[in-house]
Write a protein that binds this ligand. Structure first.
Ligand SMILES: CC(C)(COP(=O)(O)OP(=O)(O)OC[C@H]1O[C@@H](n2cnc3c(N)ncnc32)[C@H](O)[C@@H]1OP(=O)(O)O)[C@@H](O)C(=O)NCCC(=O)NCCS
Length: 165
């Protein structure tokens, strides 16, 4: 059966957060219990994919962040100014409901996050993520993310490489 196209929008009160089930309890609980407070305090923005504007099929969060220049791979660091930190956007969470996995939605949410970060008027060198486990890290590497040499679960993708945003 073909599915309706997803709407991608900022989280709002119409989204049904209680039934979301990604298979990762911390990510489900965050959406249920924590995210609205983080949005209100401006420590995260939350974007939601939904077919009908109500049921949440997937979500991700974005916030400002920084990478330590000394922790980047030497080949990347040598092309950047000698400031101790490099501006970045952190995708703090990314999750797809079990009923929607394996259909390209996770990749589409990631592409949407990269597009938003790359189009922002506030400059950031890269989108960064802290992968929660090796499977998640492998998902990001599959999409071209580069791991920090000494913290392989922290990965980044330079936004200058993002095409067609
Ligand atoms: C990781 C997650 C977001 C992927 O979502 P999804 O909708 O199932 O993934 P997609 O169908 O969009 O897959 C997109 C591509 O990534 C690939 N992929 C998916 N999971 C992968 C993995 N663990 N390792 C490598 N590649 C992976 C797919 O094969 C697909 O490749 P293709 O575009 O070349 O065909 C989802 O499985 C999830 O919510 N997991 C639990 C939470 C989690 O781990 N979040 C990560 C943030 S810490």
């Amino acid at each position: 059966m073909s599915r309706a196209p997803f709407q991608l929008a900022l989280l709002d009160a119409a989204h049904e957060r209680k039934t979301f089930n990604s298979g990762s309890e911390p990510l489900d609980r965050y959406l249920r219990e924590q995210v609205t407070q983080d949005v209100r305090r401006r420590v995260a923005a939350c974007f939601v994919a939904s077919e009908d504007g109500t049921r949440v099929a997937g979500y991700y969060t974005l916030a400002s962040a920084s990478l330590l220049l000394a922790e980047l791979p030497a080949s990347t660091g040598k092309k950047l100014p000698r400031y101790p930190t490099v501006p970045a956007v952190r995708m703090g969470r990314l999750a797809v409901d079990k009923g929607f996995k394996g259909q390209g939605l996770g990749g589409a949410l990631l592409a949407d996050a990269l597009g938003r970060a790359a189009r922002s008027e506030v400059a950031a060198y890269a989108l960064m993520v802290d992968a929660k486990d090796d499977t998640a890290a492998s998902f990001y590497r599959h999409h071209g993310f580069i791991a920090l040499p000494d913290s392989p679960r922290t990965l980044f993708l330079p936004l200058a490489t993002v095409q067609g945003v």
